[in-house]
Each structure stands twice: as C-alpha cells, then as structure tokens.
Design a binder for this molecule. Structure first.
Ligand code: SF4
Ligand code: SF4
Length: 444
C-alpha cells in the first residue's frame, strides 16, 4: 500500500493518512477462550527467558512460568489455567521462531492466590513497592517496544512529568484510541500510580490533534485529577517517537533518555496494565490488538489472552474475497515486522495485525520486482526524524563498510520506516538500516 500521492508535510514529520476511523467507535471484541496459548520464552526480540515449568505441569492463570533474572528482570505468566503440553518453536513477532510454553486451556481459569486477593490501595504503597509490583507483573511497554516498564521507575530522580503516549501514529492501528475511550478510568489511575512511583509533579496524556471528541472526553475526565492534563499534538509521523513527542510538547532535547530532561514516557495501554498489576496483582496476561488493513474483511479490535495465535483472530475478521496476496504484518506498516504466515503468536509487544494487499503484477512475485534504482532524490534524508542519511547508510551496509556506518551513526536509527515510505523508488531503505546495524555488530 502506498500513500505517496497523499503525502504532505506538517511541521516536523510526515502526515500519513490513517485508515482506522471506522474502528474508533467500535466495541471491543473479547476473544478470551482459546483452546491453547503459546507463551513465548522471550521478553523483547533478543532476550531468552528461562522456563519455570515443564511438560505435564498444571498451571494456574496468573502463575509465573518464565523469567529472565539477569540485568533486566522479566517475568512471564500463564494467561489461562491448564496443563503444559509442550515447549515448541512458534513464529514470534520478531520474525524468528522462538520456544513457547504451550498450555492447554482447561476453561476453568483457576487463579493464583494473589489474583483472588482483594485489591490494594496504591496510596499506601511506597515507590519501591509499586516498582516491585510492576516488575513482578511482567509489565512491558505495550506500544510495541516490549521493554520492561519497571526500569523507568527504579530510583527516579528529578522527574517532573509522566507522559502517556496515546498518539498512535501508525496508519491502521486504533488500539490506544479504543483503550482511552473504553478503559479511561484505568488509564488515569495507571498514570496516577506512575506519577506516585516516579515522585513526579504531573501527568500529561498526549493524543493527536484531529480527535476533538476524544480530547473533550479526556479533558472532562482529567478534571477529576488536579495534576493530569491532556494535550494535542500534530498528526505527523513519527510524532509517537518519544524524542519527537518531547520536543513537540516541552521544546526539550535529550541525548540518552527522556529522564535526562525530567520526563518519563509510557504508552496508554501500559498505564492500564500498571493499574491492574498494582491494584489487583494482575500480571500482564491480556492485551488489546487491532486487526485492520485493506485486506481485512471485518476489521476489529480484540481483547485477547497473551499467547493466542493471530490466525484465530484472522479467522474471525476474514480476508476480503478479491484479494490474491496479503502482506501480513505484526504491528503497523511503518514499524511492524512482515510475517511469513498468520500462525504467529500475540506476544506482549503485538499491538496490531495489519493486512495489506500486496502490489503484484500477474504472474510476478510481489514487492522485489517493483523496486527501482535509487535516484538520489534525498527524500529519505530530508524526512529522517533522527537526522540521519539513510541513502548513504544503505550504500555502506551493502558494501559492508563498518567504519562508514559508525561515522554515519547508523545505530541511531529508530527503524520508524519513514525512509522506505517516502522513497519514490520503493526501496526498502529501513531494511537496509537493519542490515547496517547487523554489519556494525559484526554480522557481515
Ligand atoms: S533511517 Fe531510521 S530513523 Fe531515519 S527515517 Fe529511516 S527508519 Fe526512520
Ligand atoms: S529516497 Fe529512495 S531514491 Fe531517494 S535518495 Fe533515498 S533511497 Fe534514493
């Protein structure tokens, strides 16, 4: 799917026309009774976790079944109760096959003792106790990053503001919009807990500027809180990248982390799970997922158990009849990963499944035949939000020139996808940024 004809620049970034308004008022579809769940033994794309269970064990819903215990702690939990029936390789959103704990759902949803206990009031908890609950709950960034959330709240110093990122600038994803509308109280309570944990002064919820109805609704809700406000930011990609967001809202720049300028940024979906973990000891076992795109027959937003297979959701939405070839993406078209089949796992970091109609000519293989030579137009350079030279990084990556890649600071690429998007020759420039990083890491 190309939008080049519709591109126009707004201030900083590029406006990418969304195709998701049809989802804004749609009720959530609950798909909560899969026959099996497949819990990937990985937290982020690169880190393997250790299984705490073996085949034949009975597990309760919410039970910790995997962990990574080194420098960045991570925990995995059973999203149903039932027997562990295998540990098998399944397709993960990284595009790799990873070990997954397979649990046969007994449909009893027997909970751990912690889960059946009454909720606590977070006001009585110390900052450290809150961080412990976020950590033990296995909460990660649900905007797609997948990084452990607790890390941002360990020993916070001079944090002024917590920003909840509800900008959602990918063109087909409406997960955060749905959460902001339908789980509003948990979003605000999660933000309140984050403010408390970071000893911050205030919280800000950021959404796109054209959503007047959502803005009015959230602003009215924010009136119940003395230190939470709602801001609108331009509808430009990648406004959801925290560096751009902070520049837009606070006119501040940082090199390393937002905390360097007194700010912590989290996704709105993460706030909901923080509230659930801190108040009810509910670990991260559910997530909200948008299934959308031009190839989808009946686009929907689902609430699912972590470990559900994407194919089960796509069986509900269906594909359009007249579509020959589907380009299936875990995430959105800008930053997601193309999947080789729909048999992949909804892991913590999967906020959407996007199904594009592949551009093909009759009898030809898709995509690679459509790529043209680079015309040195510099469009990728002009639009890179990280200020890089994608075309030169691409050339260096092709040549395997590690030193040049270092000089061009290829590692600073956030893989936002914008250089591929704006390239008139349809070159997958972002893919070359990834290749460049591999070269820098000695992969070539
Ligand atoms: S080089 Fe990286 S940061 Fe720059 S536009 Fe391409 S993907 Fe985005
Ligand atoms: S946008 Fe595409 S054609 Fe233009 S310089 Fe970059 S890689 Fe080359």
């Amino acid at each position: 799917m190309r939008f080049l004809a519709e591109l126009f620049k707004i201030g900083y970034g590029v406006h990418i026309p969304g195709e998701k308004k049809h989802l804004y008022d749609q009720a959530l579809t609950r798909y909560l009774e899969p026959t099996h769940v497949y819990i990937p033994l990985t937290n982020h794309v690169k880190h393997s976790l250790r299984s705490l269970v073996k085949v034949g064990d009975y597990v309760k819903m919410g039970q910790k079944i995997g962990e990574r215990a080194d420098n960045v702690y991570a925990a995995l939990h059973a999203s149903v109760s039932g027997n562990v029936v295998g540990i098998e390789k399944c397709l993960h959103r990284s595009g790799n096959y990873v070990d997954c704990i397979v649990i046969e759902n007994d449909n009893k949803y027997i909970q751990t003792e912690e889960l059946t206990k009454a909720c606590c009031l977070e006001a009585t908890l110390s900052s450290e106790e809150i961080v412990d609950k976020i950590r033990e709950g296995g909460i990660v960034g649900l905007g797609g990053s997948g990084f452990s959330t607790y890390v941002k709240y360990v020993s916070p110093t001079d944090i002024d503001t917590i920003v909840l990122n509800g900008v959602e600038c990918e063109p087909f994803i409406a997960t955060d919009h749905n959460i902001l509308l339908n789980r509003t109280e948990l979003v605000f309570e999660g933000l309140k807990i984050m403010i408390h944990a970071a000893k911050a002064k205030r919280g800000v919820i950021a959404i796109k500027e054209h959503k007047e109805h959502l803005y009015d609704y959230l602003t009215e809700f924010a009136a119940n809180y003395d230190n939470i406000s709602v801001v609108q930011v331009p509808d430009a990609y990648p406004m959801g990248w925290e560096k751009v967001l902070i520049r837009q809202i606070f006119k501040k720049e940082y090199d390393r982390l937002p905390a360097d300028v007194g700010i912590v940024v989290n996704n709105v979906a993460t706030a909901v799970e923080v509230a659930s973990a801190v108040r009810g000891d509910l670990p991260l076992i559910y997530r909200t997922v948008t299934v959308n795109g031009p190839a989808v027959n009946n686009p929907q937003i689902f609430r699912v158990r972590i470990g559900t297979k994407a194919s089960e959701l796509l069986a509900i939405t269906g594909y359009k009849d007249n579509v020959d070839t589907v380009r299936l993406i875990a995430g959105g078209p800008m930053m997601g990963t193309v999947m080789e089949s729909d048999d992949f796992i909804i892991s913590k970091g999967v906020n959407a499944i996007t199904c594009l109609i592949e551009e093909t000519k009759k009898g030809e293989k898709p995509q690679e035949h459509l790529e043209l030579p680079c015309v040195r137009c510099a469009s990728c350079v002009d639009n890179c939000p990280a200020g890089l030279q994608p075309v030169n990084i691409m050339i260096a990556a092709k040549l395997g020139e590690k030193d040049t890649l270092e000089q061009l600071e290829a590692r600073a690429c956030i893989e936002c996808g914008l250089c591929s998007y704006v390239c008139p020759s349809k070159i997958p420039v972002t893919q070359w940024m990834r290749e460049g990083k591999k070269v820098m890491n000695g992969g070539k």
